[in-house]
Write a protein that binds this ligand. Sequence first.
Ligand code: SF4
Length: 271
Amino acid sequence: MKRNITKYRKNDKNSFIQMNNFQFSTLNSPLLKIHSYESMGTFDGPGLRLVVFMQGCNFRCLYCANPDTIDSKGGKETEVEEIVRMAVSQKAFFGKKGGITFSGGEPTFQAKALIPLFKRLKEEGIHICLDSNGGIWNKEVEELLSLTDLVLLDIKEFNPARHLTLTERDNKQTLATAAWLESHQKPMWLRYVLVPGYSDFEEDIIALGEYFKNYRMIQRIEILPYHTLGVHKYESLGKPYLLQNIKENTIEQLDRARELFSRYFPVVYVN
Ligand code: SF4
């Protein structure tokens, strides 16, 4: 329940000014570390969305398009209410389908700080998407997922060894997170970046399909074409881009992946 309280603080002249609509429930909330925002986003969840890119990630994907979000040390410290205000001010544009999406980086990296924000957004009636690699698990992540309306779960690869090569992490927890979402009836979209020579193996996509084919909470599959739009960021960070020789997908590769996924899932998009 939202509790509006009237609070007073001193101004420079030592007199009191009134702070209206101060949210008591988020008074002592930890600050969030935000990398950037995108208004009216159409790629990260249904409808028009405010997309919040969070700082910090537990994975190290070779193709990461936002390598500047990985280090947990960066980002702008931001209060919960600042993001609530931003979302509420854009609510008229969200319509019936839209809302707010947390992406990154990896949002669950800051699960503890996000919980009070998610509670406030729910109070304001705003639809919440969480774009996650599913690789972090603790009590706070569990609570955060239970407050989320739709999870965009990134499956980087199904084959454990190839997943490790691609992300420097294993995929056990991601699969466990998917199982938790299924058993808790939490809607999810599976997202799959199709990287030629790294994640476009027919046998891996078939194995993924066999593994997830009976999941009822998977509403759609999104195939995300591999792109190189973030490569210039590696130069400015002084990091090598290790997929220099990988070309973007051909139409045939995308069609083939779509056909493979469609054998198991009724709704498959190339995003
Ligand atoms: S999970 Fe996302 S943000 Fe993290 S390294 Fe991979 S692509 Fe980058």
